[in-house]
Ligand binder design. Structure first.
Ligand code: PLP
Length: 432
């Protein structure tokens, strides 16, 4: 039995003060531990696969700042590139060669991207891509999938997965009906439902947007033929296919899920890894579509800090590190060890569970499954997940504080980290 008493006095003090300063004490809702109970841990620093809280406790981290930290936190080469970039200033608000370098790297890597626009977040990328979809097709309706999250813009806050689901908000107050009236939804992995929507809305659907591998309803991979089917249906109906690879980009494979599954969408949104831990987003795709973006074309989209030199620098260095031979083999090996191990431990300790992984993304649901979509995911025992989460935290393992979030590994996670995690999981699950 591991010592499970951790002291979190300072975390508690700081979070108590934060509650009076910021709504719910946080800058983004899923950080608030609402769905797992207890108080969030307040961080002091991160390095490699680890985080340290303000009370000095060390945790093995499987959140990775929600995805960007694929090379490990504060990688020395990223930090030193940032130091050098910092000397030249923090923002230009004008073109820099760094944008060209990162753009070329993204274009070379991601099959669908012929030309790219940098923004500051995944939300911004998805908002812009939606405007572009509508402008290019001259149609208003879009199809999204239940449990997929595409940022917090009004039009996407319909059955929007993780944060919204975790907080039990069906949609958000403040989103006008008119903003979502053109957003049609279907269950993930359900081609027939998508077909029906296309039939019912002939020549009205601008496109289909999805997480090609879902991370925001827990980890849900696409069924065989699903992505292919969407590609065919969108072609057939003159609609665009958009992969939201904010989470999967450079994580599922160097070229994202589109490389892994060999399906090329028309447009792609990105974020997280391409900013190496600094705020970034991007969208790109077919040149004929992207040429509609201002100032090349009439579709307006802009940003004071877009293409920020620090974000570009961290992104370039992160992608350089990912290009090294063996990177994705290592991510696959370590994540398989973790995901298979967690599932085995859960089953051996008598819990209904299912889970899987692809490359550096994984998930474990407390339901016997199989989980093909968000409805299936919701059958999970979230109370049990909350207790599991707390138990793991007390044993120095930091998991995303929601059953409906994918987990992330990094190049910094070692075999010993995984073994320690599995030992902790065994200990916790034996006592639940
Ligand atoms: C698939 C996906 N799209 C969009 C977003 C929004 O990105 P951001 O939080 O950078 O605005 C996220 C965030 O987690 C995401 O996972």
């Amino acid at each position: 039995m591991v010592n499970t008493t951790i002291k979190t006095t300072k975390s508690q003090e700081i979070f108590a003060a934060a509650q009076n300063l910021m709504p719910g004490g946080v800058s983004s809702p899923v950080r608030a531990f609402k769905s797992v109970g207890g108080q969030p841990i307040v961080f002091d620093r991160v390095n490699g696969a680890y985080i340290w809280d303000v009370d000095g406790n060390k945790y093995i981290d499987y959140v990775g700042t929600w995805g960007p930290a694929i090379c490990g936190h504060a990688h020395p080469e990223v930090i030193s590139a940032l130091h050098a970039a910092l000397e030249k200033g923090t923002s230009f608000g004008a073109p820099s060669v760094l944008e060209n370098v990162l753009a070329e790297m993204v274009i070379d890597a991601v099959p669908s991207i012929e030309i790219v626009r940098f923004v500051n977040s995944g939300t911004e990328a998805c908002m812009a891509v939606l405007r572009l979809m509508r402008a290019f097709t001259n149609r208003e309706k879009i199809i999204k999938f239940e449990g997929c999250y595409h940022g917090h813009a009004d039009m996407f806050l319909v059955k929007a997965g993780s944060g919204v689901a975790t907080l039990g908000l069906p949609d958000s107050p403040g989103v006008p009906k008119s903003a979502t009236s053109s957003t049609l939804t279907a269950p993930y992995n359900d081609l027939e439902a998508v077909k029906a929507l296309f039939e019912e809305n002939r020549d009205q659907i601008a496109g289909v947007i999805l997480e090609p591998v879902v991370g925001n309803a827990g980890f849900i991979p696409p069924d065989a033929g699903f992505l292919e089917g969407l590609r065919e249906l969108t072609h057939e109906h003159g609609a665009l296919l958009v992969f939201d690879e904010v989470m999967t980009g450079f994580r599922i494979a160097y070229g994202g899920a589109q490389e892994k599954f060999g399906i090329t969408p028309d447009l792609t949104t990105m974020g997280k890894v391409i900013g190496g831990g600094l705020p970034v987003g991007a969208y790109g795709g077919r040149r004929d579509i992207m040429s509609m973006i201002a100032p090349a074309g009439p579709v307006y989209q802009a940003g004071t800090l877009s293409g920020n030199p620090l974000a570009m620098t961290a992104g370039i260095k992160t992608l350089e590190l990912l290009q090294k031979p063996g990177t994705y083999e290592q991510l696959e090996r370590i994540t398989k060890k973790l995901a298979d191990g967690l599932l085995k431990v859960a089953q051996e300790t008598g819990h209904a569970a299912c889970g899987s992984h692809i490359s550096a993304m994984f998930g474990l649901f407390f339901t016997s499954g199989p989980v093909h979509n968000y409805e299936d995911a919701k059958k999970s025992d979230t109370t049990k997940f909350g207790r599991f989460h707390r138990g793991m935290l007390e044993r120095g393992i930091y998991l995303a504080p929601s059953q409906f979030e994918a987990g992330f590994t990094s190049l910094a996670h070692t075999d010993e980290d995984i073994e320690q995690t599995l030992a902790a999981a065994k200990d916790v699950l034996s006592s639940l």
